[in-house]
Ligand binder design. Structure first.
Ligand code: ATP
Ligand code: MG
Length: 561
């Protein structure tokens, strides 16, 4: 297989696929990403998307996007739109292969009829509760339903009447006739169809019976000619059932392969729980920058490249793991370090007056946009007598090893001069509200004479030229590494971090950012990476902090070496 030679990474899934091609089990590779449109995609889905689309590409195959829309009771069109947008944004293309499980309802119905005719399925009139009771447990065999031996004719007639709408929801179901004593509970006559008098977003009121996920999923793969059906481990026990359906129906066999789902520390990856956070307003919608959704990460400032890089680094395996969220942060830092222009912004401004700088003088100083990349050029930043520095960069009574500003101390202002703090002005409460300094004109950055060294360098903006902005700082949404670790009687929301969002409304940014377009990313010197929010406007500039500069992942790596 010449076309597989270029595949470097060889996880167990790629190994299996290579082997399947070698033995001619399949002579092509066709995967799919099958989201249920009942929520927005999260970073866990990104792992599956990257895996499916990348494998298809590496093996010269195809990858479909298929909506698993077998459950009509959940609102869906908003989710469908967002899912398509997110997959595209991540950089993948399903071309003309967009499918819906609901496209196969007719075919699935025919398959069900075929199974009834072959004596492999029956209509059960037990209640849902009774079916559960008859099912048995892991240690106890199930019991046959009294309706299990209905004749083929009776079953066909009842199934037709189920479809025709003659019965109320819950009166009967279609079940596969397999083995009520199987050690695999999924094989104990699983339900294939249930009655739901409910309008479906695509098929409208055409159907009042709907296939169960377990009856739809494997057959949908088969219908689309999927060769390798990659899914997460919780479906391992279902594989036997999927294979059974396919064998009985004598249709194309897709090979299911399971891998461990992605878990990340301090993070919830369950649509059901994320929906709860949205509905109960713990966050501001699915795309809240604190959410682990693709749309949340995008709004926060993550790039698709960083997310793909993350998915590649975590790899695929079968064992349960929790990935440290520091790795995800490391990936975005690494990406933005090279790409984001470095500018100056002050989060909590403290006024600083340079007493020996002329009143009306303005200097346009040169600043490099990114020392990692000369091609990003330079820009001018205005320097004047009145500036803002970071409140946290001044201590009246400095702690040990304090290299920032304090009375009588010197620091360098980035791209500008060395200044010395001469005098402090306080308000009636004793709070420092203004610093008076002097500057040394001989120390201008970039000039030969600027050699004099001081230990601290601060960022700053010119008060008269800077622009006001709102800056939103984010912390982990959950305090505990495992948000599901709670005491009995409470749930994951007990671990929500009450300070996950801090909104600063009187920040000042350098004037070059006046026209910053939503989605643009910057490094604010010494503060982190920031991204212009989608709600930002000319009237009100809003930035989200994507990630701080401190790289705990790099530290972990170093400690391990
Ligand atoms: P959730 O538990 O968040 O509701 P789900 O598995 O029900 O997720 P689906 O829409 O059914 O969501 O998932 C689509 C695909 O994404 C499936 O193939 C599923 O296995 C995969 N997937 C979902 N969550 C993860 C995860 N955390 N890691 C890897 N793959 C995942
Ligand atoms: Mg699901």
């Amino acid at each position: 297989m010449g076309k597989t030679d270029s595949i470097h990474s060889s996880d167990f899934i790629r190994q299996i696929i290579k082997e399947d091609l070698r033995t001619n089990k399949y002579n092509r590779v066709h995967t799919r990403f099958p989201p249920e449109p009942n929520g927005y995609l999260h970073i866990g889905h990104a792992k599956s998307i990257c895996l499916n689309f990348s494998i298809a590409k590496e093996f010269g195959g195809l990858c479909n996007l298929r909506f698993d829309d077998t459950n009509p009771t959940k609102e869906q069109s908003e989710y469908i739109e967002s899912i398509m947008k997110d997959v595209r944004w991540l950089g993948f293309d399903w071309e003309d292969r967009l499918f819906y499980a609901s496209d196969y309802f007719d075919k699935l119905y025919d398959y069900a009829v075929q199974l009834i005719k072959d004596g492999n399925a029956y209509i059960d009139s037990l209640s849902a509760q009774e079916i559960r009771e008859y099912r048995g447990t892991l240690t106890e065999a199930g019991r046959d339903s009294p309706y299990r031996n209905r004749s083929v004719e009776e079953n066909l007639d009842l199934f037709k009447r189920m479809r025709a709408g003659e019965f109320e929801d819950g009166t009967c179901v279609l079940r596969a006739k397999i083995d009520m004593s199987s050690t695999n509970l999924n094989m104990r006559d699983p339900v294939m169809y249930r009655i739901l008098h409910s309008t479906h977003h695509r098929t409208g009121d055409k159907w009042c019976i709907y296939p169960m996920y377990d009856f739809a999923h494997g057959q949908s793969d088969s219908i689309e000619g999927i060769t390798h059906s990659l899914c997460t481990l919780e479906f391992e026990d279902h594989r036997l059932l999927y294979d059974w359906f396919i064998e009985q129906l004598k249709i194309h066999h897709s090979q299911q392969i399971e891998f461990a789902r992605l878990n990340i520390s301090h993070t919830i990856l369950s649509k059901r729980k994320l929906l709860q956070l949205v509905e109960e307003k713990y966050v501001n919608g699915w795309n809240d920058p604190r959410m682990p959704t693709i749309s949340g990460l995008r709004r926060r400032g993550y790039t698709s490249e960083a997310i793909r890089d993350f998915c590649e680094r975590i790899g695929v395996a079968k064992t349960y793991t929790v990935v440290d969220i520091a790795l995800l942060e490391h990936c975005i830092r690494e990406d933005l370090n090279l790409r984001a222009p470095r500018v100056m912004a002050v989060l909590r401004p403290l006024k600083l007056v340079i007493d020996n700088y002329p009143e009306n003088k303005v200097e346009e100083l040169d600043a490099v946009n990114n020392p990692e990349d000369d091609s990003m050029g330079t820009r001018k930043i205005p320097f004047s007598r009145v500036l803002y520095i970071e409140r946290d960069d001044f201590q009246e009574e400095p702690q040990k090893k304090w290299f920032r500003l304090a009375p009588g101390r010197e620091v360098r202002l980035k791209h500008a001069y060395i200044i010395k703090c001469e005098r402090v002005i306080k308000d009636e409460t004793g709070e420092v509200i203004e610093l008076h300094c002097t500057y040394d004109p001989e120390t201008k950055s970039g000039c030969a004479k600027a050699e004099r060294k001081v230990k601290g360098t601060l960022h700053w903006v010119s008060a008269g030229h800077s622009i006001k902005a709102e800056i939103r700082l984010y912390d982990y949404l959950f305090l505990k590494s495992n948000p599901d670790d709670v005491e009995e009687g409470s749930d994951f929301k007990a671990n929500l971090n009450p300070s996950s969002l801090e909104t600063l409304t009187s920040c000042r940014i350098e004037p070059s950012l006046a026209d910053a377009k939503s989605g643009t990313r910057y490094q604010f010197l010494r503060l982190g990476y920031f991204c212009v929010d989608i709600d930002s406007s000319d009237e009100k500039l809003i930035f989200n902090r994507t990630v701080s500069l401190r790289d705990t992942w790099a530290k972990i790596q170093k400690a391990q070496k």
